[in-house]
Every structure is written in structure tokens, then in C-alpha cells.
Design a protein around this ligand. Structure first.
Ligand code: AMP
Length: 299
């Protein structure tokens, strides 16, 4: 079963305490698509400008990502730059230049419209909604977001939340959205906005899945060196949905394992700059780390 993914297709300039890397391949759709591609065929929707390097297109292709929905437009590629504090837990956005995403209204290729698994990765909620409206009969829709959209497009986001099955956000975004510090209470408030499932990411402290069966707590995989966490959240949700799309049976039954798989793919993402480590990862490496998580959490 293939996965439809819309989100940013970007160039990222990333600064850490020890290194500065300009114009790496980034964007929520890029990270999520590569993560999902370990499990399922991916149909990607996005836009790039004239400055988007050909080698990045080749990298998408190497992962078997279908690019029929990637538009090449007149203008510059979405460019995000960010800086991490020495602890690697706090980051500051230095600039966000939307470029070709300004006023972008994606037109889905016919072959994408029957998609059952849909990931509305982080991008303007109006773009996420526009894509969702073109999918005929989705079985499971997941949306991600970030603080920028909570700040400048909250009404659009609230409209979208009524239409999605699962919503993924980090703890600070959950606090901002609900004005609530306690995550259990925040989860209840977010369910009331629409989604049956809510997943709160807590960085190195793992994640919480909330749904009709109650709560499930997944750890983050303990890794020795975090090189660059950019895209970890997108890799998490891409891995999660890619895995889910390939499993038989009810979503509810497979979702807990899917959250663990997402955490595992995110852990690889953190071990290199941009997509450098994720693209060298294999399915066997992912399966091994899933077994490690199983051992670490069994009692
Ligand atoms: P994450 O670290 O999972 O939050 O995702 C970081 C990725 O999100 C980077 O590759 C950025 O290019 C992308 N990004 C940053 N800001 C935005 C935004 N406002 N909309 C969509 N994508 C963004």
C-alpha cells in the first residue's frame, strides 16, 4: 500500500555548536518520504525552484519516491535556516523563506487520488487541506504541524483537525495549542478538536500516543551522539505511516509498533546532518533497533 506525502521540499542551512552546513536537502516531505520509503512506496507532493540541485532529485529517486506530484516552479526553493544550542535540544529558527511555496496550490496527479494512507507533513494547513480534499477515500490521515502555523494560521489548522485521524505535534506545540501544561489534560483537549489519535513528541524523552485504547508510552532510542536533530519529527511520522501502510489488520492493533518504528527511524536521522545518515540506513538496521527497544522496555 503506497503512502501519499505532502510537505515542504526544502534547502536547509543548519548551524550547530561545532559545524555549519548550508543548503542541505531538507523539508518535512523530504525527511518523511525517505523515512516512509523503507516500508512502502511513496507518492510525494511538493514544489522546488530553479535552484534545487539535481543530485537531490536523484536522491529521492534512489529511494524509489514517486515524483509525479513534485512541481518545478519559477522561483526559489523553500529555504529554512536554524541554529542549535550546545545541548542540541533547543533550536532557533533563523529564517524561513517560503519561496515557491508562497501561494502554492498543489494539483494531485490522478494516480495519487486513490491513496489510502495520507501524511500531511508540516506545511501551511491550507496546503495540507487542499491536498486532502483531492484524495477520494482516504483510510488513515495523519497531520503534523509546527509553532509557526499555530501562530499565523490557527483557524486553518483547526478546520483541518476536524478531518484527520491522527495529529502529531511536539510537547511545546501541544502546550501552545491548549494553553495547558499537563500533557494528559492537553491530550484530552486536542482530541476534542477532532483527531481520534494524538501523538505528542517529547524529543529525547520519547512520545505519547493517545487513542480509544488509552495511552502508550514509547521511549526515544538512546543514542551516543546527536549530530543534527533536524527532521527527526518528520522521520518519526514518515516511518510510522510507512510501516502502518504495510501492515494487515486494524490500525489500532498496529499503531503502537508503528510509533516505535517511527522513533527508531528518527534516531538514525539524528546521527547525521540533514538526511545524510537516514539515507545510509537499511531496513535491517531499523529492525535491529526495534528489537533493542523491545529489550530495553520489557519488564
Ligand atoms: P523537524 O526537525 O522535524 O521539526 O523538521 C525540520 C524540517 O522542517 C526542516 O527540514 C525544514 O526545512 C522544515 N521546516 C522548517 N520550517 C518549516 C515550515 N514553516 N513549514 C514547513 N516545513 C518547515
Amino acid at each position: 500500500m503506497s503512502v501519499l506525502i505532502v510537505g515542504s521540499t526544502a534547502l536547509d542551512s543548519i548551524k550547530t555548536a561545532t559545524k555549519e552546513n548550508p543548503k542541505l536537502l531538507g523539508g518535512s516531505a523530504s525527511h518523511a518520504a525517505v523515512a516512509a520509503s523503507f516500508f512502502a512506496p511513496v507518492n510525494m507532493v511538493g514544489a522546488v525552484g530553479h535552484d534545487f540541485p539535481k543530485k537531490y532529485i536523484q536522491l529521492y529517486r534512489k529511494h524509489g519516491i514517486n515524483l509525479d506530484g513534485l512541481q518545478s516552479l519559477d522561483g526559489t526553493t523553500f529555504h529554512w535556516s536554524g541554529e542549535y544550542a550546545a545541548d542540541m535540544n533547543h533550536r532557533r529558527t533563523l529564517s524561513t523563506e517560503l519561496g515557491v511555496f508562497e501561494g502554492f496550490t498543489p494539483h494531485l496527479p490522478d494516480s495519487y487520488r486513490d491513496s489510502e494512507f495520507v501524511l500531511l507533513a508540516n506545511i501551511a494547513p491550507s496546503i495540507q487541506m487542499h491536498v486532502l480534499e483531492q484524495v477520494k477515500n482516504p483510510k488513515f490521515v495523519v497531520a503534523d504541524t509546527m509553532d509557526l502555523w499555530l501562530n499565523i494560521a490557527l483557524p486553518d489548522l483547526l478546520r483541518l483537525l476536524k478531518r484527520v485521524d491522527a495529529f502529531v505535534l511536539n510537547d511545546s506545540e501541544a502546550r501552545q495549542l491548549t494553553d495547558e501544561r499537563n500533557m494528559v489534560v492537553a491530550l484530552k483537549k486536542i482530541h476534542r478538536l477532532g483527531p481520534k489519535y494524538v501523538i505528542i513528541k517529547k524529543g529525547e524523552h520519547g512520545s505519547i500516543l493517545s487513542g480509544p485504547d488509552g495511552l502508550f508510552l514509547a521511549p526515544a532510542v538512546p543514542i551516543q551522539k546527536v549530530v543534527d536533530p533536524t527532521g527527526a519529527g518528520d522521520s518519526f511520522v514518515g516511518g510510522l505511516l510507512g510501516y502502518l501502510a504495510t501492515q494487515n489488520g486494524q490500525i489500532e492493533k498496529n499503531l503502537r509498533k508503528a510509533v516505535v518504528v517511527g522513533s527508531v527511524v528518527a534516531s538514525f536521522c539524528c546521527e547525521g546532518f540533514g538526511l545524510s545518515r537516514t539515507t545510509k540506513t537499511t531496513r535491517v538496521m531499523i529492525d535491529d533497533r526495534c528489537k533493542l527497544v523491545e529489550r530495553l522496555t520489557k519488564f
